[in-house]
Ligand binder design. Structure first.
Ligand code: THU
Length: 137
């Protein structure tokens, strides 16, 4: 774990701003995520839970859907923020959702006091199932 890189501070702020709007009355685990496109645009999301628990959605997939709806399809990195003292890595479903668009994504998870973990998505999701996996079926 190391200090979060200051050059990505805008992403952290966008993730924190989205996290402030998280709807997490069941888990009490608000999460924010901010995706940066290859051309420098930022799209953020928060988790949106539901009384029917499985209908809830993670922050990362809300950010991804928002970005794709705006026409973005190439992403450089994602920053995830939570209130935990340890960085919150993306869940397995979000790793799969992200690899569809960005197999080489850089993934940061940041704590409230600014410590961060950094991974490549390839390291978080080895042997991914991708669009290429559907070829020649
Ligand atoms: N959650 C996220 O939004 N992103 C993550 O990376 C981990 C988990 C949400 C899902 C659920 O609303 C709450 O956190 C507890 O699992």
């Amino acid at each position: 774990m190391s200090a979060f890189p200051p050059q990505h501070q805008r992403l952290r702020e966008a993730a924190d701003a989205a996290r402030a709007n998280a709807w997490a009355p069941y888990s009490h685990f608000p999460v924010g995520a901010a995706l940066e496109t290859a051309d420098g645009r930022i799209f953020a999301g928060c988790n949106v839970e539901n009384a029917s628990y499985p209908a809830g959605t993670c922050a990362e997939r809300v950010a991804l859907g928002t970005a794709v709806a705006a026409g973005a399809r190439q992403f450089a990195r994602v920053v995830i923020t939570s209130q935990q003292q340890d960085p919150t890595p993306p869940c397995g479903i979000c790793r799969q959702a992200l690899v569809e668009f960005a197999p080489a994504l850089e993934v940061f998870a940041v704590t409230p006091d600014g410590r961060s973990a950094r991974w490549s998505l390839a390291e978080l999701l080895p042997a991914p199932f991708t669009p290429a996996s559907l070829e020649n079926v």
